[in-house]
Every structure is written in C-alpha cells, then in structure tokens.
Design a protein around this ligand. Structure first.
Ligand code: NAP
Ligand code: ZN
Length: 348
C-alpha cells in the first residue's frame, strides 16, 4: 500500500480537509500517475452532498486528472515514465461484456460494473479515491494520452467535461448544416460550444442571462440567448436539430423541447437530484426524442483528446491552490466560475 496526500470530505456535505489515503501497491499492469492538475466538476459537489444516494466517506473527489507517469509496473507496455496522461471518470470495468468490448466501458454490465474513479469500490476491493490527490495508481489500460500541444492544466477538464459533450455531439451528428443548442454555459457547456463549433455546427447558447454573452461568442457560438426572456422560446421554436442540456439544476424541459424541429433530440447531460419534468405533448407533437448520455468510453475519449489537440481546444480555467477547494465549491454552487476550477496538485 502507498500512503498518498489528498483532500477529502470526511462526511456528507463536510468541508474538504487535508488527509492521507492508502492506494494499492503498484501491480503488474499498473502505472503511478504523478497528478499535476485536477478539475472540479459539478459532479464532485453532487457526490459530496449525496445528491444521488449514500456516499462512502472519507471521499476524495476528482475525475478530471492530468499528470505524468511516475512509475510503471513490470508488465506495462503502453507507457513510459514521463508520459503525459489523463484519467477521467472511471478506472476499471469488466473488459468482457458487450459494452466493454465495444469500447463503452462507462456502460459496463459485467460483474462489478464500471469502477468509477472515486466513491466506488475497485476490483482490488479497496475504496476508490479521486484526483484531489498527489498520486493515482491505475491500470495502464484506463489512462489516456494527452497531446503534447495541450497544456496539462487546461486539458484536465477534457477528461470529464470534454468527453461528456464530445460523445453526444458525435453520436447525434453535430456538424456542418446542423443547428445545436447548448443549455448552460458552465464547465460542460463552454466545452460543448468549443467542440460543436469545431465540428462545424451552428451553435446557440441558451443561458439564464446575457451576462456571459461575450465569452460564449468567443468560444465559437453563433448566437446567444437568455432563457429568462420568454421571446427566446417563441423566436427559436423548432429551430434546433440537437439540444445538449448541461444544467446541474432541475429544469422544466417542456419549453426546451419546443425548440427542436421534427425528429430533433434533446440530450440530458446534467444530473440534478430531482426527477426530470416535461409534458408528453412536447415530445409527440414533433416526433422529438429525449435522450441521455454519460461521459464516453476509452477509445472515444482518446479520439476527443486527439481532436482537441488538433483544434487547440482546452478549457478556460481558474487555477487554484488546494486550500481554496472549499471556496471553489461554494462559488461553483453559486454559478460563479469562468469556466472550470482546476487544482494545482503541487499544493496538495
Ligand atoms: P457547472 O459548471 O456548474 O455548470 C452548470 C451550468 O448550468 C451553470 O453554469 C449555469 O449556466 C446553469 N445553471 C445552473 N443552475 C441553474 C438553474 N437553476 N437554472 C438554469 N440553469 C442553471 O456544472 P458542470 O460541471 O458543467 O456540470 C453540469 C451538470 O452535468 C452537473 O449536474 C453534473 O453532475 C453533470 N455531469 C454529467 C456528466 C455526464 O456524463 N452526463 C458528466 C459530468 C457532469 P448559465 O449561467 O449559463 O445559465
Ligand atoms: Zn465530471
């Protein structure tokens, strides 16, 4: 076992405090990642607050991890010490079910299912601890290569926020000739705008206000509308092929569904604690679909990182010291972030 410095919540809704966690010793196919940077995803707030059910404490959040390979196990073939690597929301899966074989490890149906990076139990029987930490021990197959052209701090959020938007945009065919709306300009949303624009789609941001309009246009949006203005919903009725909803709070989807053309799809990405609300009429009046999507598998996450490397896409970040994690949580809860807090792991 290795003792590793980390920041953990010791109880539900508890503050994040400095501690030490024990990770497994380096195994045959494991690598040790010297964590350099970790993004703070809104999911980290949901998990510490037990929004989705009981959590395991102490909880070390963090699933937007960027670092450098520090050690390799004797059987490791993919990585060398010094390689720039990232780890996202999961660190293992069964590898044999249909979904794992198809590269959809995030939907593993095998025994034990997808092993999430934290607040979960690994196949080694130990609790998983995330990236608010100095080191991670992970199977070499679950690490991804970060292109040399991308700085590690601003690339870290690609490991969750980036793939969470890339995957549905690719799956539902965002590209030239398609109109895409991104609801919510936060960590996920701002990467969604950059990615959809780079894929060639016409992009509209639907935000609560016009406060972040300049930023949205700079990220590549063609249009930017406030959802607080009722005219948005009449003027844009039937306008979009695809809407990706990144809002972390409960939202009545009825009005948003009305913005889809016939056969359009609204993909739910935000995961509020409350059940989704909508009127069935908003779906059936134009053969619309409501879908969901969860992060992305290993091959598509690598594809996304390479795409971002080619297009120079990274997150707009606010780099913080570990002592500022609790303040960052509060600001993220209040929507006061432009557009991702990233922890400098050297301060842990
Ligand atoms: P975030 O940075 O806080 O962004 C969420 C955005 O939603 C805010 O910036 C805000 O945008 C909007 N918003 C917040 N409260 C709202 C409200 N009451 N009404 C309307 N809009 C509101 O969060 P994030 O890290 O992007 O994560 C967003 C959600 O996605 C979370 O629920 C997270 O757990 C989930 N998530 C899902 C996946 C997945 O695989 N599906 C992966 C990662 C995260 P405006 O100010 O522009 O309105
Ligand atoms: Zn996340």
């Amino acid at each position: 076992m290795r003792a590793v410095p980390a920041y953990a919540a010791e109880r539900p809704n508890g503050p994040l405090v400095k501690t030490t966690v024990r990770r497994r010793a380096l195994g045959e196919h494991d690598i040790v990642i010297d964590i350099k940077y970790t993004g703070i995803c809104h999911t980290d707030l949901h998990q510490v607050a037990e929004d989705w059910g009981a959590g395991t404490f102490p909880m070390v959040p963090g699933h937007e991890i960027a670092g450098v390979v520090g050690e390799v196990g004797p059987g490791v073939t993919r990585w060398q010490v010094g390689d720039r690597v990232g780890v996202g929301c999961f660190v293992d899966s069964c590898r044999t079910c249909d979904n794992c074989r198809a590269g959809l490890q995030q939907y593993c149906t095998g025994e034990g299912g997808t092993v999430f990076t934290y607040n979960n139990t690994g196949r080694d029987g130990l609790p998983t601890y995330g990236g608010y930490s100095a080191e991670l021990v992970v199977d070499e197959a679950y690490a991804l290569r970060i292109p040399d052209s991308l700085p590690l701090d601003a690339a870290a959020p690609l490991l969750c926020a980036g793939i969470t938007l890339y995957s549905p945009l690719a799956h539902w065919g965002a590209g030239p000739g398609t109109k895409v709306a991104v609801v919510g300009l936060g960590g996920l949303g701002h990467l969604g705008v950059k990615l959809a624009h780079a894929m060639g789609a016409e992009v509209t941001v639907l935000s609560q206000s016009l406060r972040k309009r300049e930023d949205g246009l700079r990220f590549g949006a063609d249009d930017y509308r406030a959802t607080s203005d009722p005219a948005t919903f009449t003027e844009l009725a039937g306008a979009f092929d695809l809407i990706v909803n990144t809002v972390s709070a409960d939202l009545d989807l009825t009005a948003y569904l009305g913005l889809l053309r016939v056969d359009g799809t609204l993909v739910q990405l935000g995961a509020p604690a409350e059940p989704v609300r909508l009127n069935a009429g908003a779906l059936l009046s134009a053969r619309r679909s409501l879908a969901g999507s969860q992060i992305g598998g290993l091959p598509q996450t690598q594809e996304m990182l390479d795409f971002c490397g080619e297009h120079g896409i990274t997150a707009d970040i606010e780099l913080i010291r570990a002592e500022q994690i609790n303040e960052a949580f509060r600001r993220l809860e209040e929507g006061d972030v432009r557009y991702r807090f990233v922890i400098d792991a050297a301060t842990i």
